[in-house]
Design a protein around this ligand. Structure first.
Ligand code: M6R
Length: 615
């Protein structure tokens, strides 16, 4: 996720763009840049000036000081970056020029086939960065014959992936071209001036009149208006809306809290995580960042997953996948315990450090300990360039985009997705057949649609949360692959609603926890259709016999489950190992709605920080 803003009008563009970037900083903050088309009459040659800086917007603002003359102009584009392709460097910061220094682009999204496109463009083009975006700039340039919008349209026909983009060209001082597929863009309509941005937040200071671009649409924006087309060059009529959001609400894209927005982001960011990493034909995954030869991967005889909190629950789900699909013994370690327990590690052990922030102190310390002992170390991290990402010998970014709510949601899903892809990749190098691999990757590709089905139940889950909001204790019960899901559901409820809850493997109940069961202790049980269904069923019968209320998570179509439940949430079915990708979402929603009903500060729960950088 990155932030884009463009302006065309009669005012100086630079201050508007800089202010806009500050409003968009929540979308990405590793580097930023501004490009202004210097269209002043005093200049004999129209040209585009660009200034970029690594770090937050303040770093860019510092570089822009005393540059008013150089950066003079009434049309410009700007970008704040959340790195995906290429490290956090000034060269990789947007906007990116094509070869001739006339065409410039800022982009949000991932161009999946950028390597092939780069090869195809060949030696005629010289690339200055490692980004997929720069390839797109050159691709547009290669289609340019005087018509900028057509060049963008033609180039986009050759891309796979997602984009929200803005393009300027020195030969068109009266035009910005914007296009959207998968990454939002909104056009702001002023009086003789127009804006385009990733969301409405930076526009609100100037206008409330907006038009949202849909996927597959291109807008040509000038000082006198804007026209919209589809990729077949047909004109599309847009309706102009009046938005009533304040800036904060606009940043949350209309949701009341970042946590809710991030829960709803999941289908899209999940696609970002698997995009370009699945090989359907071979029934496998390719996670380039792993940086291990096939022989090295086959030599691994033990995997250790180290993490904290929600990342630990993703690791627990990953263990099931690694053991079942690759046959490699896999352990999960709480990072804070790992380094104090003299772990047995050698050069055939592969240690994954899993972390959203990439800065969690205990995970980092555990990783250093594993490295010291000679393990292969790899990261599964969200924040590009974070310490864990830098200190591991390789690894994979989960591409969840900035996660701002303290309670982790979309990062969890994407961690599970990456662990599953790794498990498939390792499995295919061992005994897994191509048919099994294909079944798995196909099922992985079907997940976003099924996530949408669950998200549509948000209101239903809200009612349920209301019904149970008077209880002080909850038990989350599950078996097998759903035990990590129960653990995550319980953590979510604790951390944002402050309700006491515990997660238990259902088979353990008889060994003590049954004593707690009573009408005051509701149980949220996961009984989806998998190999432990019957066992789970018996456990729920036992719970009911002790008069606890049962909220059941069951598979769509399981009518029998009704008889076991006081309340039921149906979820779409998927392959057993993939269930955490779906079953966690209703529990996130349950915790979210509960916290809202109880009047808690959902995004900033008491006593907790987003990134725990101390022991
Ligand atoms: O940044 P990390 O993934 O390493 O953070 C680990 C935990 O601190 C984090 O998951 C925490 O448990 C969240 N608040 C859970 O929602």
């Amino acid at each position: 996720m990155c932030g884009i803003i463009g302006y065309i009008g009669n005012k100086e563009a630079m201050p508007i763009l800089l202010q806009g970037l500050r409003r968009l900083e929540y979308r990405g903050y590793d580097s930023a840049g501004i490009a202004i088309l210097n269209d002043q009459e005093t200049r004999d040659k129209i040209q585009i000036q660009r200034i970029r800086a690594v770090g937050k917007i303040d770093a860019l603002a510092d570089k822009l000081k005393n540059k008013d003359k150089e950066m003079k102009g009434t049309i410009g584009i700007a970008h704040t970056r959340w790195a995906t392709h290429g490290g956090v460097t000034e060269e990789n910061a947007h906007p990116h020029f094509a070869c001739d220094g006339k065409l410039i682009i800022a982009h949000n999204g991932i161009i999946e086939n950028y390597r092939q496109l780069k090869e195809h463009l060949g030696a005629k083009h010289s690339f200055k960065s490692e980004t997929d975006t720069e390839v797109l700039a050159h691709l547009i340039e290669s289609h340019y014959d005087g018509d900028l919008r057509r060049a963008v349209e033609k180039a986009l026909m050759h891309t796979r992936g997602t984009y929200g983009l803005v393009v300027m060209h020195a030969d068109h001082p009266d035009k910005i071209v914007a296009a959207r597929l998968g990454s939002p863009l909104v056009v702001g309509i002023g009086d003789g001036e127009y804006y385009v941005a990733s969301d409405a937040a930076p526009l609100l200071a100037y206008t409330k009149k907006v038009a949202f671009l849909n996927d597959g649409e291109i807008a040509e924006i000038s000082r006198s208006g804007f026209e919209t087309f589809n990729l077949r060059d047909e004109s599309v009529t847009k309706c102009v809306e009046e938005i009533e959001w304040n800036e904060e609400k606009a940043q949350k894209q209309g949701y009341d809290d970042f946590m809710l927005k991030e829960i709803f982001d999941q289908p899209v960011v999940y696609e970002d995580a698997i995009r370009g990493r699945i090989d359907l034909e071979e029934g496998t995954a390719h996670l380039g960042g792993l940086d291990m030869s096939d022989a090295e991967m086959r030599s691994v005889n033990r995997i250790i997953l180290i993490a904290c909190g929600t990342a630990l629950h993703a690791a627990m789900a990953g263990k099931y996948a690694f053991e079942r699909l690759s046959g490699i013994p896999t352990e999960v370690d709480v990072a804070s315990e790992f380094r104090y327990r003299d772990p047995i590690i050698d050069n055939k052990t592969l240690v994954f450090a899993i972390s959203q922030s990439g800065e969690t102190f205990d995970t980092l310390a555990a990783l250093r300990e594993a490295k010291r002992k000679g393990a292969f170390t790899r990261g599964i991290v969200n924040v590009i360039g974070s310490t864990i990402a830098r200190e591991t010998d390789g690894g994979t970014y989960i591409h969840a985009g900035p996660e701002l709510a303290v309670a982790s949601t979309k990062a969890y899903t994407n961690m599970v997705a990456i662990l599953l892809l790794y498990a498939v990749q390792f499995g295919r190098l061992r005994h897994m057949t191509v048919a099994t691999g294909q079944r798995l990757v196909r099922a992985l590709m079907e997940i976003p649609e099924k996530m949408q089905v669950i998200l549509k139940k948000s209101e239903e889950i809200k009612k349920l949360a209301g019904k149970y909001s008077g209880y002080h204790d909850f038990l989350f019960l599950a078996r097998g692959i759903n035990f990590p899901v129960a653990s995550e559901g319980s953590l979510k409820l604790k951390e944002i609603s402050y309700i006491h809850s515990e997660a238990y493997p259902a088979g353990e109940m008889k060994h003590g926890v049954n004593a707690l069961l009573s009408p005051e202790f509701p149980v949220l049980a996961i009984m989806t259709k998998n190999q432990l269904y019957e066992k789970m069923r018996s456990n729920i019968e036992e719970v009911r016999a002790r008069k606890s209320k049962v909220i059941l998570l069951a598979s769509e179509g399981d009518a029998e489950a009704q008889s076991l439940a006081d309340d039921i949430i149906y979820v779409p079915q998927t392959m057993e190992l993939l269930e955490p990708l779906l079953n966690t979402i209703p529990l996130q929603l349950f915790a979210y709605h509960m916290a809202v009903i109880l009047g808690k500060d959902v995004d900033r729960p008491r006593n907790l920080a987003k990134s725990v950088t101390v022991e």
